[in-house]
Design a binder for this molecule. Structure first.
Ligand code: MET
Ligand SMILES: [Zn+2]
Length: 746
């Protein structure tokens, strides 16, 4: 084994940087390309410009040797799959330039790869498919090209790759994905060699999977992987970045391998600090003291104390972000509407880069051995509402009261809330924001839209109607805009997946509801029709999950404050005569802690907050909840504990895989019968088949018929056709059920 000659790791760094563009240039370029309005060359040019801007900006901010290969045309896990040659056979027929997007988005005939959330973030990655006979053929093209591209601009960079262990653990298609480790490592060796030949002195391998519970066998795989890569001749320096939490037992394992640098998330995983293994003495510790997951300014004194303490124990300490800055907006300076008091507390990506640079400078002049005392911060007392007596009467009693009150047919048909957001509606909203349209005129447009949506649903013959959510730009932001304690940004976009971005609100103070939020829209819809109209609210957990949340009081207390506001809204909807109220919690699973030991505590307060929000409802008021995205099976007990009368849940997209686990669910359920993510309209035969599969596992008197999720990303023609088919299929089965009931009554 030859010991590589490796230059010192930079004193300050970031693990990654946003890539969608300050004005969402990548989003626009991708969508233009997909619609045929732009060529592949134009798309490539946008990519090059965005990379150039990122490297230049990082250099301006004082960062030496920034990361490269953090750009992605869609997703970095997908990039890794392609780099390793793991392209499933069914995509190989796509035109050469189209294979990548075929995997991400599907083609006319082939469905895309599955997509799911990246650890406990709201970023979604494309799930690689690895089978026993996947052939790994390394293609270092992308990381090598970016390294070269940056060098041509005069910037030396550190290529970033998803690490082999995390890559395999995220893949599906094998019972024990790590069985393929040696084959994958062969491909990584080729890539590392190519990068070294191109002049990379360091390569960053991201292993966030180490922040979750890992078995002994998995830790053995980590040891094996980094011993093997470490033994490679002529390789670059290896920096293994871990993040999203402490890595516990994986730390001594990593420290026992030849990797030169180890990245630790010291924002979430400060439990590391107590027992840093001796072996770190020879390593560079890349200390993630600046949070990459939130928008708060770092407390410099606390961070400096941590860094100085670490320096006593490691060969070198580099100051870093806790994870990639992918999860925060670009630049606070672009925000002109935030209050100065709030701005003083905030840091977006560029401000965080400045923080790591500044901390590194302060650490450098701190005499060695000097460990500043950690300042004590006392959290302000919070105004948390005491949980309400969170029990409704037993389900059977409620269900009977609701049946009398609502008189719904078997297999009631409904939708999840949103209807298509038309271009006109978005334009009207933009006009309102720009001050070219007044509130009254805007409200008129919204009402007109509500009326159309109600008429459409009546025409389609749906049983429980919705108002269609036309007033909402987003299911969280809309509530944030109407609650005290939140601020919303103008340009604070964060990539959610592919070309999709969200603008998370900033929850910075005590939450209060100054006035009813949704009541007038729901009441208006209700006034137009004799059919029941379902009120539509976002649940407390989802509101906090999709916001940047204050850290001075526990998340549980923040969530209870939000729950109190939702509770007031539920009460007001009920008083306005709305007898079905849906409180959505699609993010319940997302906040689930990565470590099993922490999960129960979270689920307890999450459920408590939901029940606080909904438990004041009268017996005859039917509470619905909605969850989407797969993996609901992992938290089914908590979903049951929400105690909603009706739970609608995504099922069609994942081909009914969740159904067997629902067999014993004690209350009514609406597993989706129509995948709203696809522009393809399902036939009534297909929907009937889905419904039959549901009726195979659930009693007919507890089943609802509805799509997987809201319809706002679809077009009206698609929605009309799909819902027509949904109603036809449901009526067909309903007739059969009613026939049976009358026969058995004899
Ligand atoms: C991501 S869940 C969305 C639920 C919401 N009520 C909608 O229909 O859009
Ligand atoms: Zn949904």
């Amino acid at each position: 084994m030859t010991t590589p000659r490796i230059s010192p790791f930079p004193a300050a760094t970031v693990l990654g940087y946003p890539r969608i563009g300050r004005r969402r240039e990548l989003k626009r370029a991708l969508e233009a390309y997909w619609d045929g309005r732009a060529t592949a060359d134009e798309l490539r040019r946008t990519g090059r410009e965005l990379r150039r801007d990122a490297w230049t900006r990082l250099a301006e901010l004082g960062l030496d040797r920034p990361p490269s290969n953090t750009f992605s045309a869609y997703d970095h896990v997908l990039d890794t799959a392609v780099m390793l040659g793991a392209v499933p056979r069914r995509y190989r027929d796509a035109a050469p330039g189209e294979v990548y997007f075929a995997m991400a988005r599907g083609t006319g005939d082939v469905a895309p790869l599955r997509m799911t959330k990246w650890f406990d973030t709201n970023y979604h990655y494309i799930v690689p498919e690895i089978g026993p006979d996947t052939v790994f053929t390394a293609d270092p093209g992308k990381p090598v090209a970016e390294l070269r591209e940056a060098r041509d601009l005069g910037v030396a960079t550190r290529p970033v790759l998803v690490g082999p262990v995390t890559f395999l653990l995220l893949a599906e298609g094998m019972d024990v994905p790590l069985d393929r480790l040696d084959d994958v490592l062969g491909a990584y060796e080729t890539v590392l060699t190519a990068l070294a030949a191109e002049g990379a002195d360091w390569v960053q391998l991201d292993e966030p999977a180490l922040a979750a519970d890992r078995t002994e066998a998995e830790l053995d795989a980590v040891r094996h992987a980094y011993r093997r890569l470490g033994a490679l001749t002529g390789r670059p320096g290896l920096f293994v970045a871990t993040y999203f939490g402490g890595i516990g037992p994986a730390l001594p394992v990593l420290a026992g391998t030849p990797v030169e640098a180890i990245g630790l998330d010291l924002v979430r995983g400060d439990d590391h600090l107590g027992d840093l293994p001796e072996a770190l003495a020879g390593k560079t510790v890349v200390a993630g003291v600046v949070s990459g997951r939130d928008v708060w300014r770092t407390d410099a004194d606390t961070a400096l104390a941590t860094l100085a303490g670490l320096r006593e124990r490691a060969a070198q300490v580099s100051v870093s972000t806790s994870c990639s800055l992918l999860h925060v907006p670009y630049d606070l300076d672009a925000e002109t509407d935030l209050s100065p008091e709030l701005v003083r507390r905030l840091a977006f990506a560029d401000q965080k880069v400045a923080e790591v640079v500044d901390l590194a400078a302060r650490l450098a002049v701190l005499p060695s051995g000097a460990v500043p005392a950690v300042p004590r911060v006392t959290a302000p007392p919070a105004a948390t509402p005491a949980p309400a007596p969170a029990v409704r009467t037993p389900y059977e009693t409620r269900a009977a009261a609701q049946a009398r009150h609502l008189r719904l047919p078997p297999l009631p048909t409904t939708t999840i809330g949103s209807f298509p957001q038309t271009g006109e509606l978005r334009a009207a909203r933009a006009e309102l924001t720009a001050g070219r349209l007044d509130e009254a005129a805007y409200d008129e447009r919204v009402r007109a839209e509500i009326e159309q949506v109600v008429r459409l649903q009546e025409r389609l013959g749906l049983d429980v109607l919705v108002h269609g959510e036309p007033e909402r730009n987003d299911m969280v932001q809309y509530f944030a805009e109407h609650l005290d304690g939140f601020a919303v940004t103008r340009h604070g976009w964060v990539q959610s997946y592919g070309s999709r971005c969200t603008r998370p609100p900033i929850l910075h103070g005590d939450v209060r509801r100054p006035a009813p939020i949704t009541v007038r829209w729901a009441s208006y819809a209700d006034s137009l029709t004799p059919k029941p109209v379902k009120g539509m609210l976002t649940g407390p957990v989802t509101i906090v999950a999709w916001s940047f949340v204050r850290r001075d009081i526990p998340l549980r207390d923040v969530t209870m404050q939000v729950a109190e506001a939702v509770r007031e809204e539920v009460r007001d909807l009920e008083q306005a005569g709305i007898s079905i109220i849906q409180v959505d919690e699609p993010a319940l699973r997302e906040l689930l802690p990565l470590r099993t030991a922490d999960q129960r505590k979270y689920l307890t307060w999450a459920v408590e907050s939901y029940r606080h929000a909904t438990s004041s409802a009268a017996d005859h008021t039917q509470i619905h909840t909605h969850l989407c995205y797969s993996q609901a099976d992992q938290i089914l007990t908590a979903i049951e504990a929400l105690d909603a009368d009706v739970t609608t849940i995504e099922s069609a997209r994942s081909a009914g895989r969740i159904l067997p686990t629902l067999r014993t669910f004690p209350r009514a359920l609406g597993p989706g019968v129509y995948d709203i993510h696809s522009p393809r309209v399902p036939t009534s035969a297909e929907i009937e088949k889905s419904l039959r599969a549901i009726l195979d596992v659930l009693p007919a008197d507890r089943v609802w018929s509805n799509p997987d999720c809201g319809l706002k990303t679809r077009t009206y023609p698609q929605v009309e056709e799909a819902l027509t088919n949904l109603v036809t299929a449901t009526h067909h089965l309903r007739d059969a059920i009613e026939g049976e009931t009358s026969r058995s009554r004899g």
